[in-house]
Design a protein around this ligand. Structure first.
Ligand code: LLP
Length: 436
């Protein structure tokens, strides 16, 4: 049998019909750590980062990894060691950056709903920039910073109103999205920011969406952003850095997004042409740094033939890997052993959760039997980080592969971990009286 196609994943390959990530035979990892299991390739992440770094050679650029894509500490540690900063969206993510040895000065804080406590925490840590998403947030941030005797560094997220041509749930740059400040309100909002005593305007940012596979939305957004920089600076407010957000897509199923260096060659040419090529630039890539570096290994539990459909029931589910259930997202699913002699059949690959939405792949042709091991591909981004313990299913372990070495970077959760913070209600007579 010819081994299945492996879209996107640079470090994944069959050797003697057996699936390897870098130099690691994945079936061995499944055996030693159990399934479901996330496995990431360090080399694939460094390769993805390198494509950006090549594209930016000779420029002033800070890459801030959007850690919502995958916030496992070891991955943050790896990116911090490479000089990356981080795009965070919560106080919890800031704590992760600190725990992983990241530099708070290279942190930018995005998100429409920062709480006062999170603002204080980020100011105390000395983060590099708040990406502010509303006029109301500007006022609150100024008050808090002033009370602390500080001036918060701010950038305003503008909504360039361009169509990123991606899934509606992950398109963020259109007028009817909750994100950013409308194009028309931008200069007025900057004027207000410049007046507020607790703020220091440092930049401008936008983020138009995720899994973008075309160049045009980026070029359009850049033009609109530069028009705004021009207008803001004409109003006497200096913009030190320009942040283009994240969003570059990856290959899940024959998708053909531009390579990071090729895309940035185009964008930098546009910046140069408009005279902004020497500015401090920032980007916030998430998916494109980690998405195709990871797989989720799962074991076939049962095959269930049906009149309409055949089901392949596996031990991973929508709680471990929610993208198919949430976005009808496609993830390739391939066997770890491609030499298996079972008859190939078409299956819906589903998990054990009590929901019809619990599927990982539909109508996949597979040669499997109970006990077969499968890999769900392109599972490095927005899979583990979006996981839950729904149905009281403990979260999977995670392994980082580095050549022939494999490091356990997250131990499998235990069920007692899941309900550690829960309490039974008191049952003594005294407690009953209090309730009565
Ligand atoms: N910056 C901001 C402000 C963002 O909101 C995001 C992602 C990024 C950067 C990183 O975007 P990326 O480079 O990863 O496309 N859960 C969805 C994706 C949600 C993206 C949310 N924002 C999915 O699984 O497809």
């Amino acid at each position: 049998m010819t081994p299945p196609v492996l879209p996107g994943q640079p470090q994944l390959h069959y050797r003697d019909q057996t699936l390897y990530l870098e130099e690691q035979r994945l079936s061995e990892l499944a055996r030693s750590h159990g399934t479901p299991l996330y496995v990431y390739s360090k080399a694939a992440m460094l390769q993805a980062l390198d494509a950006y770094q090549r594209g930016f050679a000779g420029r002033k650029v800070q890459i801030c990894y959007a850690m919502k894509a995958n916030s496992s500490l070891a991955l943050l540690q790896l990116f911090a060691q490479q000089g990356c900063g981080f795009d965070i969206v919560s106080g919890g993510e800031l704590e992760r950056v600190m725990a992983a040895g990241g530099d708070p000065a290279k942190v930018i804080f995005s998100g429409v709903g920062k709480t006062r406590a999170e603002m204080r925490q980020a100011l105390e840590a000395g983060i590099g920039c708040f990406n502010v998403e509303s006029e109301a947030e500007l006022e609150v941030l100024s008050d808090i910073a002033q009370a602390m005797g500080l001036r918060a560094p701010v950038s305003i997220r503008v909504n360039p109103n361009v169509d990123a041509k991606t899934h509606p749930y992950i398109s963020t740059g259109l007028k009817d999205n909750k994100f950013g400040i409308a194009h028309e309100r931008t200069v007025a909002t900057y004027r207000r920011a410049a007046q507020l005593p607790g703020l220091r305007v440092v930049g401008i940012d936008c983020h138009i969406g995720s899994q973008i596979t075309e160049e045009t939305p980026y070029l359009d957004a850049m033009d609109r952003l530069l028009d705004l920089v021009q207008a803001i600076e004409a109003a006497g407010i200096a913009i030190h850095h320009i942040d283009f957000g994240g969003g570059l897509g990856i290959d899940y199923n024959g998708d053909t997004p531009p390579a990071a260096d090729a895309l940035w060659a185009l964008l930098l040419a546009r910046l140069d042409a408009r005279g902004y090529g020497n500015r401090q630039l920032m980007i916030e890539p998430g998916r494109s740094l980690v998405g195709n570096a990871g797989v989720c290994l799962t074991e076939v539990l049962y095959l269930k033939p049906g009149e309409q459909k055949n089901f392949c029931i596996v031990d991973a589910a929508m709680n471990d890997l929610p993208r198919p259930a949430m976005y009808q997202a496609y993830h390739a699913i391939v066997p770890l052993d491609a030499s298996a002699k079972m008859p190939e059949q078409v299956y819906d690959v589903v998990g054990p959760i009590c929901e019809s939405g619990d599927w990982l792949g539909r109508e996949r042709s597979l040669a499997v039997a109970p006990g077969s091991l499968l890999a769900v591909l392109s599972a490095g981004a927005y899979c583990s980080s979006m996981g839950s313990s729904y149905n009281t299913r403990a979260r999977p372990a995670e392994v980082l592969v580095d050549g022939a070495a494999a490091h356990l970077i997250r131990a499998r959760e235990s069920v007692s971990d899941i309900f550690r913070n829960e309490r039974l209600i008191p049952t003594t007579a005294a407690a009953k009286q209090v309730v009565a």
